[in-house]
Design a binder for this molecule. Structure first.
Ligand code: AHR
Length: 309
C-alpha cells in the first residue's frame, strides 16, 4: 500500500508540466520571429507550460516580466536580454526566490556568474570575425584602392552589437586598406537600417565601398536605400551581413548581398532540454554554443532549399 501510494505520488509529480516564463527581446527581425517560433514550438512538443512576454526591445519591460514570473512562482525563468548590463538586481531577486534562470541568445555582464545557470547561444565575437575574414579575403582577391566601410550596428548596448563590432574590427585591422568611415546603430530593424543607410549615402556619397550590417534585416533595409540612390547593392557597394535568414538568401540570389554569416535562432529544443535538466537537479553546462556556417552569394541558390528559417 505504501509502495503504491509512493508510485502514485511520483507519477503525479512527473506528469505535472514544467512552467517556464520567457521574456523575448521583441519582434525586430526575421531572425527574432524564427527564434520565437522555435521556442513556442519546442515548448508545445515538450509539454511545457510557456508564459511568453514580448519586451518590445525595452529592458524595463523585461525587468517587469521577470518580476511577474517570480511572483507567479514559475519553475524556470528564461530570457534573451535586450542589453548586456543592468541585470544584477532582478537576477538576485530570482536567485533569492530559488528560481533558476537560463539565458538564451544574448549574454549579460554580471559580477556574480551564479545569477544564471546556463547561457545557450552563439559566439557573436566569432561571427564578427567571420564577417571580417570574408572581407579580408575579398580585398585580397580584389587588390587596389582603399575600401571604405560603413557599419550598421545592432541595438546599442546589446551583446551581438558589441561583440560583432569587436570581432570584425579585430580581423580587418590586419589590412590597412580596410577602413570603417561611418558606424551607427540601426537597432536591428529594416526601417532603421534603411534610414541610417540613407544618411550614410548622403554624407559619404559614392565614397562607400562596403556595408557591414550586424544583421540581415538592416542590410535588407539598406539595400532599398542603395537602390533608391541609383546604385547597385552587391556590386557598387559590397554587402556583408549576419544571421542567414531566408530574406538574405533571396537577396543573394538576386545579386544584391554578397555574404551572410549564420546565427542560428533555433534554440527552443535546447532550452526545453536544459530547463528540464535543471529542474530534475541534473548538471548543465554554463555555456552552450551552436554550430554555424558562412554563406557567400555563390552558394545561395544551392543552400536555399535547405534553410529552416
Ligand atoms: O541576438 C541576435 C540578434 O538579434 C540577431 O542577429 C538579430 O537579427 C536579432 O535582432
Amino acid at each position: 500500500c505504501v509502495a503504491s501510494q509512493a508510485f502514485t505520488a511520483s507519477t503525479a509529480f512527473a506528469a505535472k508540466p514544467l512552467t517556464i516564463g520567457f521574456s523575448q527581446v521583441g519582434a525586430e527581425s526575421e531572425w527574432r520571429s524564427a527564434n520565437t517560433a522555435s521556442i513556442k514550438d519546442a515548448a508545445k512538443k515538450a509539454n511545457v507550460n510557456l508564459k511568453f512576454a514580448d519586451a518590445q526591445q525595452q529592458q524595463s519591460n523585461q525587468v517587469k516580466a521577470i518580476r511577474s514570473f517570480i511572483a507567479q512562482r514559475v519553475d524556470v525563468i528564461a530570457f534573451s536580454p535586450v542589453v548586456e548590463t543592468g541585470w544584477e538586481t532582478v537576477l538576485r531577486e530570482a536567485k533569492n526566490a530559488k528560481i533558476p534562470v537560463i539565458l538564451t541568445d544574448r549574454a549579460v555582464k554580471v559580477s556574480d556568474p551564479s545569477l544564471y545557470v546556463s547561457f545557450i547561444g552563439s559566439d557573436f565575437v566569432e561571427e564578427g570575425r567571420r564577417a571580417g575574414r570574408w572581407l579580408v579575403d575579398y580585398a585580397k582577391k580584389n587588390p587596389g584602392k582603399q575600401l571604405n566601410i560603413v557599419e550598421l550596428q545592432g541595438t546599442t548596448g546589446a551583446a551581438p552589437a558589441n561583440d560583432r563590432k569587436k570581432g570584425f574590427a579585430e580581423v580587418i585591422a590586419a589590412d590597412p586598406k580596410l577602413k570603417i568611415v561611418r558606424s551607427q546603430t540601426g537597432d536591428f530593424t529594416r526601417a532603421k537600417g534603411k534610414e541610417v543607410m540613407e544618411a550614410f549615402l548622403k554624407s559619404e556619397g559614392k565614397n562607400i565601398n562596403v556595408l557591414y550590417a550586424h544583421n540581415d534585416d538592416m542590410a535588407i533595409g539598406a539595400i532599398q536605400a542603395i537602390e533608391e540612390a541609383g546604385l547597385k547593392p552587391g556590386k557598387d557597394i559590397v554587402i556583408v551581413s549576419i544571421d542567414g535568414v531566408r530574406g538574405a538568401f533571396e537577396a543573394m540570389m538576386q545579386g544584391k548581398l554578397n555574404v551572410t554569416i549564420e546565427c542560428n535562432p533555433l534554440l527552443g529544443p535546447t532550452l526545453m532540454q536544459t530547463a528540464q535538466a535543471v529542474v530534475a537537479g541534473k548538471p548543465v553546462a554554463q555555456r552552450i554554443t551552436v554550430n554555424e556556417g558562412v554563406f557567400p552569394a555563390e552558394v545561395a541558390a544551392k543552400e536555399f532549399p535547405n534553410r529552416k528559417y
